[in-house]
Every structure is written in structure tokens, then in C-alpha cells.
Design a protein around this ligand. Structure first.
Ligand code: 13P
Ligand code: SF4
Length: 315
């Protein structure tokens, strides 16, 4: 249930959040898809892998996770002694929601002997039932680490899976899930943009559909896209992923032209509705009230940790 934001009067959120962070010995970890204001008061901003690594090593007593639920779960799995605060418990993910644990276990049972690689965008239960986890930044390496004679089941993102099949030449059985944000980009409108900005390079996240990736000059995780914009010689980029990443791109490459890729309709479809449930006010309230906290059954945590640890060893 979405947290109702009470009237906060004339509170200076920057000052109050900084004070609460000190008082609670808390860190704010934020994904690149968060709104700019949240990124600006975060202690660490990263992609899914970087955030998991940071959550694992933090010494802070409290982790406020400005991202989505599966990311906060991963933080709790890796660093269970910390209090993990989630500004809005309803911040889910269409990929995680589209892969119910019961159905996933039944799918695995239909493929005895296969190795199961699951994208980190899944629930703790699915992680517990998987052999190894990957993120968009290490997925290729993880797939290539599996012996060639083993069948691979890849869940839950069919678009990332299809991209990996093409990149690695490995055949994989794919779960048919997708990201509601990356599926809304329009190829027709991207081609129109390319015609209008012939000098711009197209950069895309691998959660996009194949027809979008076919038009990309570079494909990578959010962190890789950011590095590419900083380091590549081009002066303009059409960015095909959630538009929150543009905030860091503008800060790190202020002289480059950044164009957000369009969806078919004139909507804010390139904003993840789950990520954007977090607001500065909810971050403040969570730190003030020390809730909602992410709790997890210890047996489940230990089970889920195995597949994440295997990924971290290879990363
Ligand atoms: P990365 O953080 O690995 O780039 O993935 C993006 C994403 O969709 C997170 O939900
Ligand atoms: Fe999930 Fe897509 Fe939102 Fe990422 S952008 S959290 S994959 S719905």
C-alpha cells in the first residue's frame, strides 16, 4: 500500500534528511532511475550490481534503499544485521511480479538437470530457487561461466535473455517476462529521432526489445551507459532506458546533448512507475519514523544468499 505523505509544513527536507542520517547512522543508496532530487541527497548511486556490493559492505546501522523492493531485499539478504528502510513498500517491478515463485519452481521442475540463472529483478523466493543470479552488467560473464553442455534456464526477462543468446551464442530456455518501461519504447519514433539527430549515438539498456537494440550503437547496464556518455567522443546521445539516468548523465557530461527516447504515445512511459513511488518526503518520513522496514525469514534469506554469492564471486 502506498504510504500517504502527511502535510510536512515548511520543513527543509535537505537539512532534515541530513540530520536524520547523522542521528540514525544511516546511508541512502539510490538507483539511477530515482528522481534527481533523491539522487542528489543519496550517499551512493549505482546500478543493481553496484548497489548490492555497496549494501553488502556498508558499516552504517541503517540502509535506506531508494529503489525497488527486490533491491532492498537483496540488501537485507547480504547485510542482515542492518535495518533496511523502504520508502514505499509498493515499489515493485513488473519483472519480479511476473515471475511467481510457485510457477518458477514448477518451470524448473520441468527441466531437470538444467542450470537456472535468474536476473536480480526477481523476488527472494525466486533467488532461493535459482542456481545463480546476474545483473545486466555481469549477465554475459555469468552465462559464459556455465559449462557448454549444460542447459540454461534464464528468468524472468525474455528481452535480456534474447540479447544474451545473441551475444554468447548459448541457447537458453527463457521465462517470458518483461519490463513494462523498456517495452514501451517505439522503434518508429526512434527512427524519426535518428533522422532528426543524425550525429547522435543511440545507447540502450538490454531490457529493451530486440527491434530497439538493433538500432543501438551501444548496449549496457545503467552504469555502463553512464560511462559511455562520459567517455565516448560523440557529442549527442539518444538514451533508450528509464529517464532518471539522464540526471547523472547531465551532471557528469554537462556539455553533451542528451535526448530521451520516446514511447509510442506522448506519455511519461519512460519513467518507471515503481521507482517513482519514492519521493523525498517519503524518504524523510521513513528516516524519521524508522519504518517501513524490510523483514525476511532467516531460512529464506540463507537460501537466497547462495545464488547471490555465486554471482558476486564472479563479478
Ligand atoms: P541495472 O541497474 O542493472 O542497469 O538495471 C536496470 C533496472 O531495470 C533496474 O530495475
Ligand atoms: Fe522493474 Fe522495469 Fe522498473 Fe526496472 S524499470 S524496476 S525492470 S519495472
Amino acid at each position: 500500500m502506498a504510504l500517504a505523505t502527511e502535510a510536512l509544513g515548511h520543513i527543509d527536507l535537505d537539512v532534515e534528511i541530513a540530520r536524520l542520517k547523522r542521528e540514525r547512522n544511516a546511508v541512502i543508496l539510490a538507483h539511477y532511475y530515482q528522481e534527481g532530487e533523491i539522487q542528489d541527497f543519496a550517499d551512493f548511486i549505482g546500478d543493481s550490481l553496484q548497489l548490492a556490493q555497496e549494501a553488502k559492505k556498508t558499516q552504517a546501522d541503517v540502509i535506506l534503499f531508494a529503489g525497488v523492493h527486490f533491491m532492498a531485499e537483496t540488501a537485507k539478504i547480504l547485510n542482515p544485521d542492518r535495518t533496511v528502510l523502504v520508502p514505499d513498500m509498493a515499489a515493485g517491478c513488473s519483472l519480479a511480479d511476473g515471475c511467481p515463485p510457485e510457477a518458477f519452481r514448477a518451470w524448473r521442475a520441468r527441466h531437470p538437470g538444467a542450470v537456472s540463472i535468474s536476473y536480480i529483478n526477481c523476488s527472494a523466493e525466486v533467488k532461493a530457487a535459482s542456481d545463480i543470479i546476474c545483473t545486466s552488467s555481469n549477465a554475459k560473464k555469468i552465462v559464459e561461466s556455465i559449462p557448454k553442455d549444460q542447459t540454461i534456464l534464464f528468468a524472468p526477462d525474455k528481452n535480456l535473455g534474447r540479447y544474451l543468446i545473441r551475444e554468447t551464442g548459448r541457447d537458453m530456455v527463457l521465462w517470458q517476462g518483461s519490463c513494462i518501461v523498456h517495452e514501451t519504447f517505439s522503434q518508429r519514433r526512434l527512427i524519426e529521432l535518428k533522422v532528426k539527430h543524425p550525429q547522435a549515438k543511440v545507447i540502450a539498456h538490454p531490457e529493451c526489445e530486440e527491434q530497439m537494440l538493433d538500432l543501438a550503437d551501444f548496449i549496457g547496464s545503467t552504469a555502463a551507459l553512464l560511462r559511455y556518455v562520459e567517455n565516448d567522443n560523440a557529442s549527442a546521445f539518444i538514451v533508450v532506458t528509464e529517464s532518471g539516468i539522464l540526471h547523472q548523465m547531465r551532471k557528469r557530461a554537462p556539455h553533451k546533448e542528451l535526448i530521451a527516447a520516446p514511447s509510442e504515445e506522448n506519455c511519461a512511459c519512460n519513467e518507471c512507475p515503481f521507482m517513482r513511488l519514492n519521493t523525498p518526503e517519503k524518504v524523510y518520513l521513513a528516516l524519521r519514523d524508522m519504518k517501513p522496514t524490510l523483514e525476511m525469514d532467516e531460512g529464506l534469506r540463507v537460501q537466497a544468499r547462495r545464488s547471490i554469492d555465486r554471482m558476486l564471486e564472479l563479478s
